[in-house]
Design a binder for this molecule. Structure first.
Ligand code: GDD
Ligand code: MN
Length: 363
């Protein structure tokens, strides 16, 4: 058997029906070029890993990296890249939306000296419209691309593409530098290394999905906004903290709505209404953080309940710290607003840091 010249990483979540199809399609497209396929599955309930292993028994150039208790597209791609043996690594969706016949063309570009080759839906000859079920998504994607290009420095027409190929060296450097919590791995790579790289683009037609469904919904859009904001601030504010802040801000509205409703409409006394509003805001903050900020380690079932309890406890301690620090600063003759703001900011950082370690600890 020949050593692989290309490692193809297929991140997959609930793609059991697509894996056998894509494996055959890649075989047709690659012809005589030796390659390997690494499917990175996050313990999909539909048995994606089982299907992949049964294929691998007959086709030893196919492997499965089966991750437990982890979710997330970027993280899955990074682990696949690090498990790859070939001198060139490609990342491609497992759902047949990407055009596998472009792989040999992209490989030729790498052999000619490119560090990174991007499968683009927007360069001449590429096409995105057929693959988008909804017009709104196409518009959103256009806007996101324009924004992303402003940040990355316009090195590519499609910084949001999930279809790309790179050298081993760039894969190694990227794996150390980029966020594994996101889903825009190419954006991350280009925004960090764009200026140093020889980048080529290869047009492709984004196909309609036939089996399974998309995992990148509304929440992913919010996460991407967090990523953009983080890059705009030069990357020194972590994405989860921005999302955490955004969620906290939404909690303010939940708090006020609950307070006004209970006190004004239902007629509950102020103290009881304020306590109830505080718990309502904490609960909604917890639920939103669980969905958005920590979507990749979402707590479910019993863990949701125990997580919520730790969240209450930590926010409680944060609130105490907030009040005592604000009082101390006020005693030191800091102005009311500055002392109050410092207390609130300090408890936000405290809550963020501690709930990240305790409530959503990385298992
Ligand atoms: N292991 C793993 N874990 N795989 C995942 C996860 C995850 O948490 N989430 C998604 N995937 C896999 C899917 O199974 C699929 O093979 C691929 O990643 C892309 O996910 P889709 O859910 O099909 O994404 P999409 O089609 O909506 O979005 C595609 O187009 C976007 C551009 O509009 C992707 O290529 C995106 O990367 C791209 O930005
Ligand atoms: Mn898809």
């Amino acid at each position: 058997m020949n050593a692989p010249e290309l490692s193809i990483i297929l991140p997959a979540y609930n793609e059991a029906k697509n894996i056998p199809l894509i494996v055959d399609k890649i075989a047709d497209a690659m012809g005589d070029i030796p390659y390997e396929i690494i499917v990175v599955d996050d313990d999909s309930p539909d048995g994606t890993a089982r299907v992949t292993r049964s294929i691998a028994r007959e086709k030893p150039y196919v492997r499965c990296v089966h991750r437990i208790n982890r979710r997330g597209l970027s993280g899955a791609c990074i682990e696949g890249m690090m498990a790859a043996n070939a001198p060139v690594v490609a990342v491609m969706d497992a759902d047949m939306q990407h055009d596998e016949t472009r792989l040999p063309v992209m490989l030729t570009e790498i052999r000619k000296g490119a560090d990174l080759v991007i499968g683009s839906r927007y360069v001449d000859g590429g096409n995105a419209s057929t693959g988008f079920q909804k017009k709104t998504r196409a518009k959103g994607s256009e806007l996101a691309t324009a924004l992303a290009n402003r940040i990355t420095g316009a090195y590519t027409t499609d910084p949001m593409s999930g279809f790309f190929m790179m050298t081993r060296d760039l894969a190694d450097r990227s794996a150390r530098a980029i966020s594994r919590d996101g889903f825009k791995i190419l954006f991350d790579i280009v925004s960090r290394f764009g200026s140093e790289l020889n980048i080529r683009e290869v047009p492709f037609q984004f196909r309609e999905r036939k089996e399974g469904e998309s995992k990148l919904g509304f929440l992913v859009t919010i996460q991407f906004l967090g990523l953009l904001a983080s890059r705009y601030t030069g990357g020194w504010i972590p994405v989860p903290f921005l999302l955490y802040g955004l969620v906290g801000f939404s909690g303010l509205f939940v708090h006020m709505a609950t307070l006004l409703f209970l006190n004004g409409v239902v007629g509950v006394g102020f103290t009881a209404a304020q306590v109830a509003a505080t718990f309502a805001a904490m609960t909604s903050n917890f639920a939103f953080n669980n969905e958005v900020t920590y979507a990749h380690r979402k707590l479910k079932g019993w863990k949701f309940v125990t997580g919520l309890l730790t969240f209450y406890a930590i926010c409680g301690i944060g609130a105490l710290a907030n009040v005592s620090i604000a009082i101390r600063l006020f005693e030191w003759n800091w102005s009311t607003s500055v002392a109050g703001f410092a207390g609130a900011l300090m408890s936000a950082v405290f809550n963020y840091a501690v709930t990240k370690l305790v409530t959503w600890r990385d298992t």
